[in-house]
Design a protein around this ligand. Structure first.
Ligand SMILES: [Zn+2]
Length: 324
């Protein structure tokens, strides 16, 4: 007999990950499915409903035990109305996904920004359990942030809080996906660091990644890890520069909010925490006011992709007043 659970769904641009999860049994079952975001909204919602139905069939769980379906959305949204304002990677704009999906399945649907869910997951089930004022930062293709203030997710005045990836760090710096210049993620995300490495290699510098770059292959965190292990000078220098910027931004945020924990996660940190964390901490302590960081700890998240999945439990507990 399974306990009361939620179905957490992480909505990606090309695939969705759905899990049946509760705080005691943890992840009971999971399904990964490719999705096509170019199909109509109706078909897209139907794809999500199929994931829900497959999961229920797989675990033979009584439907009454499923308290909610929680969607982690890569975009801007209103968690109270269930409307996605804009999710560029999903091709969705001004769409009440809560209403549409509830028409297909017999469960309440809750939605939250995927990075906020990641922060909730870290706070409720990861290294952030004891934190009161916490920032979770995920470094990968971009840089996302989720804030916990006084033990609760801080959403801001219209649910857009935590967008640290677009803090200005370099006037007239590299162009950002948001259309502006010099944003944090345009300077220090994996994408930005890799772009700098490619520039170096094209200008004639030698790197263990030269072959990959020549073949126009995508450079993933794992390739960066291998290069760091080989003490690749170009790669190490560019990652170090990124860490200096990350440490500086975290110091500014700490000065503003006087946090007790900063949790770092995302693909790049997961692969390179042993190398990046000391560099980030060094830059952080050079830039932070001592008193504002007196009780602060900077740690790596160990939850990986599961952070947002566990966040679904916390979201259901917050919105439905249930205990899962
Ligand atoms: Zn930006």
């Amino acid at each position: 007999m399974h306990r009361d659970s939620v179905i957490s769904i992480d909505m990606g641009g090309t695939k969705v990950l759905g899990c049946v999860v509760n705080s005691k049994e943890r992840i009971i079952a999971s399904v990964k499915k490719p999705t096509d975001p170019t199909v109509s909204r109706k078909k897209y919602v139907h794809q999500l409903a199929e994931v829900v139905n497959e999961l229920i069939e797989e675990v033979h769980i009584n439907k009454k035990k499923i308290k909610a379906v929680c969607l982690g959305v890569p975009g801007l949204l209103n968690p109270y109305s269930g409307v996605i304002g804009l999710a560029p990677n999903l091709g969705l704009k001004n769409f009440n996904i809560k209403k549409s999906l509830e028409a297909e399945i017999p469960f309440p649907v809750l939605i939250e920004n995927d990075v906020n869910l990641g922060a909730l997951g870290v706070k409720s089930f990861g290294v952030g359990k004891k934190a009161t004022n916490m920032l979770a930062v995920f470094v990968g293709t971009g840089i996302g942030g989720g804030l916990i203030i006084d033990g609760k997710l801080y959403r801001g005045s219209n649910y857009v809080a935590g967008e640290i990836g677009h803090m200005l760090v370099e006037k007239n710096g590299p162009k950002c996906g948001c259309g502006r210049k010099g944003c944090f993620e345009a300077v220090a995300s994996r994408t930005a660091i890799v772009n700098n490495i490619i520039k170096d290699v094209k200008s004639g510098k030698r790197s263990t990644l030269s072959k990959l770059i020549k073949n126009k292959e995508r450079i993933r965190s794992r390739s960066l890890l291998n290069a760091v292990k080989k003490k690749d000078k170009v790669v190490c220098k560019r990652i170090k520069e990124g860490c200096e910027v990350i440490g500086g931004v975290l110091a500014s945020i700490s000065n503003l909010l006087n946090l007790d924990m900063i949790v770092l996660g995302g693909g790049m940190i997961e692969a390179l925490d042993f190398y990046m964390l000391p560099l980030i901490k060094k830059s952080f302590s050079e830039h932070v006011l001592n008193d504002s960081a007196k009780v602060l700890k900077i740690v790596a998240s160990k939850l990986g992709d599961d952070a947002a999945i566990f966040g679904g439990i916390a979201l259901a507990e917050e919105f439905l007043g249930v205990k899962l």
